[in-house]
Each structure stands twice: as C-alpha cells, then as structure tokens.
Design a protein around this ligand. Sequence first.
Ligand code: ADP
Ligand code: MG
Length: 279
Amino acid sequence: MAENLLEIQNVSAAAGGKAILHNISFNIRPGEIHVLMGQNGAGKSTLGNVLMGSPEYELTEGRIIFDGNDITGEDTDKRAKAGMFLTFQDPLEVPGISLESFIRTSMQQITGERVKLAAFKKELEDAMDVLNMNHSYAERELNVGFSGGEKKKAEILQLLMLKPKFAILDETDSGLDVDAVRTVSKGVEEFQKKVGGALLIITHSTRILESLKVDRTHIMVRGRIVKEGDASLVDEVNRNGFDKLIPEDIKEMERKERLAAAAKAAMEAVKSAEIGGGV
Ligand code: ADP
Ligand code: MG
C-alpha cells in the first residue's frame, strides 16, 4: 500500500464562478484520523465535496491522489468504488427506497458482487445495535421523517456497512444532543476498530473526538489552511476561538471588503433617495 492513502496536492476549487478553496495541501496515511475545523463558510464542506468529485465544484488547480492513483478527473462513482465515502451535513430524504435496500444496493455497486440477504441482515442488525437503532428503521424509507439524530445515525450505519478506506464525516455531530453524539461517536470508534479506515472529521466540537485518537488537525480560514498541528490544536481552538488563528493579511482583506460593502450600501441609499425625489 502506498505510504499516503490520500494526497491533496495544491488544490484550488470554485463554484458558480467564485473561488472557494485556495492551494490546499495535506496527506492522510491509512487509518489516520484528521480533524478539519473552521468557521461557517470557511470551505470545509466544499473540500469534502471536491474530494468526492461533486460536479457542483470545479477544481481549478492541483491534484488528488488516492491509494496511489490520480483520481483528479474521476467521477464520484469511481471514487466510491475506490473506497472513498462522504457523510452529508444535511442528509437527503429519499422516498420510495428503504434504508436497508439503499445500503445493500450501495454495497453491491461498490463491490460489484451480490450481497447475500441473510448475512447482510445479520450484519446490518449488529451495526444498528451499535448505534442504538431500532431494527424497524431498516424498512423505513431512507431518512423520510427521520429526526436529525436519526439521519446522522443512518449515515454512520452506511459507514459501518460500506467499510470505506477513507471517510469524510461532515459535521456528523452538529445539532445532536449529548446522547446522540455519544452514540455516533461509538459508531465511529467501531468503524476504526473493525475497518481501520482513515477519517477526515469536520467538526466544531471535541465531543465526537473523545474516544478517538486524533493524528492531525487542520484549521481552515477563508478557503485556506492557516494552521496545522496535533490533537492539542483542537483544544486550543475551543479555548481561544478562531480569531487568533486568522492571519493578518486575511483580516486586512476582510476589513477592506467590509468597507467596500458599506460604501456601496451608502451610495445605493443616496441613489434611491435621488430617484425618489427626496432629500
Ligand atoms: P463550510 O462547510 O466551511 O461552512 P462551505 O464549504 O459550505 O463552508 O462554503 C464555503 C463558501 O463557498 C461559502 O461562502 C458558500 O456560500 C460558498 N459555496 C459553497 N458551495 C457553493 C456552491 N455550490 N455555489 C456557490 N457558492 C458555494
Ligand atoms: Mg459545511
């Protein structure tokens, strides 16, 4: 196996003509746990989507190497088959397909082999037990009427069943109560133990990380990685917030943008007053 499972090489990306990610580079070795933190709108989900090859995003620069292969131009399906997986920040509701048949079909598509029903059922129920999920959920329509916590559990259930080499968990713990976070975290721990897959965990909190050994932390500000470190960086961010980690040049850029926006708003106010015949 290659020394690095994933190599993100100088990746820049855009959506709708707007540049979002700027020269992102880091590597993940097999089985490692990496954490990605950053304020809302920093570009974390965009990175997850770009790594999975979402057609919504345009890779404007750089390369992505997975398991020794350049997958930069590959579509999402190929990446999933190669062993990549992404949980969604807002999982979609899919009427007409049960959670169980969705997972079984995905497994068959990824492995290219028929998944035998009896063994599948047993494995699925064992995984549901880890996640404190009632077995009846297997027959329910995928995410339809699921609570936020149940949707996140369904994502972790897929993780346990599909056994990817590398998974990106996009705020799987956001908006969950303490018990649900603990359950999700237990599922992730089980995945690490049984499958040994690498993880990129996008999160705002340390709770999901409590039972996991974090190898590396990356902080993203405005589509750039501004700081990297070990597990202690997660605590540092939680203590001090992101502000101290924002480089001066980015702060300056933000100040200028705010001034420009204020000037524009003032000009528009004057214009509309003129048109309205006021003043
Ligand atoms: P995060 O996950 O860190 O909160 P996102 O990656 O969702 O941030 O978004 C980063 C920035 O990119 C935001 O300003 C967001 O509005 C913008 N963005 C994300 N996706 C798209 C898209 N498909 N089209 C246009 N802009 C997008
Ligand atoms: Mg996000």
